[in-house]
Design a protein around this ligand. Structure first.
Ligand SMILES: NC(=O)C1=CN([C@@H]2O[C@H](COP(=O)(O)OP(=O)(O)OC[C@H]3O[C@@H](n4cnc5c(N)ncnc54)[C@H](OP(=O)(O)O)[C@@H]3O)[C@@H](O)[C@H]2O)C=CC1
Ligand SMILES: O=C(O)C1=N[C@H](C(=O)O)C[C@H](O)C1
Length: 234
């Protein structure tokens, strides 16, 4: 498979290593200063860039009939525009806030726990995410997906906030610590005890492997998909 990497930073480079090990070719790498490139030489594009440019990168792929996997976070106010464009052009597109297989299991565990905790309203939920200091967005896309999972399954919570308490609120705390690849903790606290679930990424390999698996899966398909479709879970 011929792969284009839109964003050739920490994730782009990790994806390159894994894709090559799995027998693929990297035919294009795109960074900030690369403007006039031919995306059509790729069978699939993988976007791990920055929030301000992700939507343009994705649109360019869809407009040129190239299936696209995006892992960039912090651009989701435009997600519906990407979905509409993909439908209009009969394209193929996946966005996931986290491609790691472990985190996608964690997303399901989080929803199952939220459903159980719905019966126990004495517990308040809070969340913490920790990432490296270069991260541009907060809270993390993964924390937002976790919060949305709780809101879907627990009728005591209808929104999330960053660092602010409030009624029916899932308060997310975002910490930035040198070199942390990504840690997410969900806590249910009552007066008598705390129940916590946590996912700790040890490096970026898990995110990158999931993105390459998604890219392998989407080639030859049309539609808007999620990692649940790729992994057949949920
Ligand atoms: N969904 C998931 O599983 C994961 C998502 N992420 C997300 O992926 C994104 C990238 O993370 P990471 O690799 O750590 O970040 P980096 O900052 O290391 O990489 C981002 C790259 O995007 C490049 N870039 C800037 N402008 C453009 C442009 N116009 N077109 C293409 N590329 C451009 C930057 O280039 P330059 O340096 O020249 O500006 C940089 O090389 C983030 O949003 C992060 O949150 C990260 C890990 C996992
Ligand atoms: O910026 C990162 O590094 C990460 N971003 C994603 C997010 O915002 O959830 C996924 C992962 O936690 C690493």
């Amino acid at each position: 498979m011929n792969i284009a990497l839109l964003g050739y930073g920490r994730m782009g480079k990790t994806i390159e290593q894994i894709a090559i090990k799995r027998g693929h070719n990297i035919v294009l790498t795109v960074d900030k200063d690369d403007k006039d490139y031919d995306i059509t030489k790729a069978d699939v594009a993988i976007d791990f860039s920055i929030p301000d440019v992700a939507f343009n990168n994705i649109s360019n792929c869809i407009n040129n009939n190239v299936p696209v996997i995006s892992g960039t976070t912090g651009w989701l106010h435009k997600y519906n525009d990407a979905v509409n464009l993909c439908k209009e052009r009969d394209g193929a597109f996946i966005y996931a806030s986290n491609y790691s297989l472990g985190v996608n299991i964690f997303f399901e565990l989080n929803k199952t726990l939220a459903k159980m905790m719905n019966a126990l309203k004495q517990y308040n939920v809070t969340m913490e995410e920790i990432h490296h200091t270069q991260k541009l967005d907060a809270p993390s896309g993964t924390a937002i997906t976790l919060a949305e999972g709780i809101i879907e399954k627990h009728d005591g919570f209808d929104h999330w906030t960053l660092d602010e308490d409030g009624e029916n609120t899932i308060t997310i705390t975002a910490k930035r610590i040198e070199n942390v690849p990504g840690t997410h903790t969900v806590n249910y606290e009552s007066e008598v005890d705390t129940i916590s679930i946590e996912h700790v990424a040890h490096n970026r390999q898990g995110f990158a492997l999931g993105a390459v698996i998604a890219a392998e899966w989407i080639v030859g398909k049309t539609g808007i998909f999620t990692m649940n479709d790729v992994l057949n879970i949920g």
